[in-house]
Design a protein around this ligand. Structure first.
Ligand code: NAD
Length: 285
């Protein structure tokens, strides 16, 4: 019998992973569910899924792979809802959420029942949302983070990678807290800083409208991510609170140092500050 994949949440990410799975596993049957009827219809019309369903918990019973691609707070509730369902032997459940700590906590009740849950986070995206923006190659060459539990059977992890191979992403396996620390440093914290730079510029633009023309090249490069969804980033900031509080404290300390070097006109420290950043930035792959 053909393997069955159930995807809950047929937006940009769920739709793109679905297309990737189908490329590598054309014989699998991809069933989709979305609380938005319009998104479900679009996913069917664009052949992102083979079939839609209206009762996802019923469809979950026959699934070999269950991918939860909803906002993180929703995914946590879906994991709770799944705890009472009798699932197929060997089923793998995964998600795509941008933070992993609270998801893994919510999944632990399922894992205690012997069900395999492996957290997932394909690290690419777009400011667009919904199934119409889904692309089979959205994750090509991007990192796809996988966060198994410490006792996840290795063959289940390999099986999940096999399911996801058609995304052409590069897998990286790490534990959930490490995931939240690393993505906090390279992604979540920079969103806070980018928003603050834009907000400061906006304050000055209220008095000097020329700023709107001058805020081009470099400013746009460094603040591109400030155009991301406020709803999504509010949630990510709350979910990764502990790490972000540490980064904010460390950064404010560093800014205090920078302030004093600026106030004193300290050539040596200011040069080292920029040179140290340039050296690391230039060496990034
Ligand atoms: P999206 O808005 O494009 O898709 C989310 C889909 O979930 C929508 O179709 C929505 O109708 C559906 N949904 C919401 N609540 C539901 C419910 N209760 N039951 C069923 N369906 C429901 O958003 P997206 O960008 O695809 O984000 C989905 C997940 O992917 C989030 O957890 C996000 O953290 C993660 N993620 C996003 C990006 C990105 O850049 N957009 C990147 C990596 C991971």
């Amino acid at each position: 019998m053909n393997k069955r994949v159930l995807i809950v949440g047929l937006g940009l990410i769920g739709g793109s992973v679905a297309l990737g799975i189908k490329q590598q596993h054309p014989d699998s049957m991809i069933i989709g569910y979305d609380r938005s009827e319009a998104n479900l219809e679009t996913a069917k019309r664009l052949f992102i899924i083979d079939e839609g369903c209206t009762d996802w918990l019923e469809a979950a019973k026959d699934a070999d792979l269950l991918l939860l691609a909803t906002p993180v707070e929703v995914t946590k509730q879906l994991l709770v809802d799944l705890a009472d369902v009798s699932l197929k032997d060997g089923v793998i459940i995964t998600d795509v959420g941008s933070t992993k700590g609270s998801i893994m906590k919510a999944a632990s009740a399922l894992v205690e029942k012997g069900i395999t849950f492996i957290g997932g986070h394909p690290m690419a995206g777009s400011h667009k949302s919904g199934p119409a923006s889904a692309k089979a190659h959205l994750f090509e060459n991007a990192f796809y983070m996988l966060t198994p539990f410490s006792d996840t059977p290795p063959h289940q992890l390999e099986q999940l990678k096999d399911w996801l191979r058609g995304t052409r992403a590069k897998f990286m396996t790490l534990d959930a807290d490490q995931h939240d620390l690393l993505t906090g440093v390279v992604s979540h914290f920079p969103h806070i800083v980018a928003a603050s730079l834009v907000r400061q510029t906006k304050r000055y633009a209220e008095s000097f409208e020329e700023i709107n023309d001058l805020a081009a090249g470099g400013f746009k490069d460094i603040t591109r991510i400030a155009s991301s969804s406020p709803e999504m980033w509010k949630d990510i900031t709350k979910q990764n609170r502990a790490h972000l509080l540490t980064f904010l404290d460390e950064w404010m300390e560093e800014m205090k140092d920078v302030r004093s070097w600026v106030a004193q006109g300290d050539d040596h420290e200011l040069y080292s500050y920029y040179a140290g950043a340039k050296e690391y930035r230039d060496a990034l792959p």
